[in-house]
Write a protein that binds this ligand. Structure first.
Ligand SMILES: Cc1cc2nc3c(=O)[nH]c(=O)nc-3n(C[C@H](O)[C@H](O)[C@H](O)COP(=O)(O)O)c2cc1C
Length: 262
């Protein structure tokens, strides 16, 4: 039996084979282990990078409903118990964890490919419990016009991640060629509120926005999913401001530049 984990979803594979039991993380590597805990509990709890606890109630409701299979599961549990493979409260069974190994050459060449993808960075901002949070992101993409919506992908380790999930609203401030100093500040050089010491930040509808940005897109989170190390947020557009000359910052190969038509 195998539990296969892809994104936030768990599926049961080879259910009839009770002779083995493991959890396969199809799209995650062990190096990002810590960030996977929250999204999978309580069906799957990671003990360490080699072991997981799989909830027995999840197995019972996910596996085939026929009594033959349920009896097979009971027998597997009975065999596992003397080895300490059943949790103290009897609610979970221990499984070996297998992680997708990304070939080093793929991850290196993927990085190189992404350095060739030009993008206008945005400063993603939110306000939670009266505190401002912000982060530079190039993962902002137009999703659809009907309804007006955008996507942004945020690393679960980033300081804005949890406030954004909790608050469910954000502003995407599209950076201009004049925002040189802000990019470094919002990608780690400064922390927390100190990031907002650069730029003339204002607040509209309880969201911090940069009035001289190329555009400010105010959104409420309509959907969110976890995938690997990141959360994908769908922002439904509430309102938009655009300002001044068309002069977006263009980020390419780790460098900031400006757009030139050919
Ligand atoms: C040009 C650029 C684009 C970035 N795009 C993203 C992004 O789309 N998603 C993301 O999670 N981090 C992105 N980052 C990284 C975050 O800005 C950075 O990790 C930031 O420090 C957030 O973490 P912190 O608030 O915990 O310091 C980007 C950084 C740069 C310089």
């Amino acid at each position: 039996m195998e539990v296969r984990v892809r994104g936030d979803r768990m599926a049961l594979d080879l259910a009839e084979d009770f002779s083995r039991f493991k959890v396969v993380m199809c799209d995650r590597t062990a190096t990002s282990f810590a960030s996977h805990q929250l999204s999978l509990e309580p069906s799957l709890t990671l003990a360490d990078k080699d072991t997981a606890w799989v909830s027995l109630s999840w197995l019972r409701t996910t596996g085939p409903a026929d009594t033959h299979w349920q009896t097979g599961l009971d027998q597997m549990v009975a065999k596992a118990a003397p080895h300490g493979w059943i949790s103290a409260d009897g609610s979970a069974v221990k499984a070996h964890l297998e992680w997708a190994e990304v070939a080093p050459q793929v991850s290196d060449s993927f990085r190189l490919a992404m350095r060739r993808l030009a993008a206008t960075p945005c400063l993603i901002t939110t306000m939670s419990a009266g505190r401002r949070h912000g982060m530079a992101a190039t993962s902002v993409t137009s999703l659809s016009f009907d309804p007006p919506s955008i996507l942004v992908c945020v690393n679960a380790q980033a300081s804005i991640h949890d406030p954004l999930r909790a608050e469910g609203r954000f502003c995407a401030n599209l950076m201009g060629g004049n925002h040189d100093a802000l990019l470094g500040a919002f990608s780690g050089e400064l922390k927390g509120e100190a990031r907002f010491s650069l730029g003339d930040w204002q607040v509209q509808a309880n969201l911090p926005y940069l009035p001289d940005a190329q555009a400010n897109i105010f959104c409420s989170v309509a959907e969110k999913w976890r995938y690997g190390t990141h959360s994908i947020f769908v922002g439904q557009v509430e309102s938009v401001r655009t300002d001044g000359e068309l002069d977006p910052m263009v980020y390419l190969d780790g460098r900031k530049g400006r757009f030139a038509a050919v």
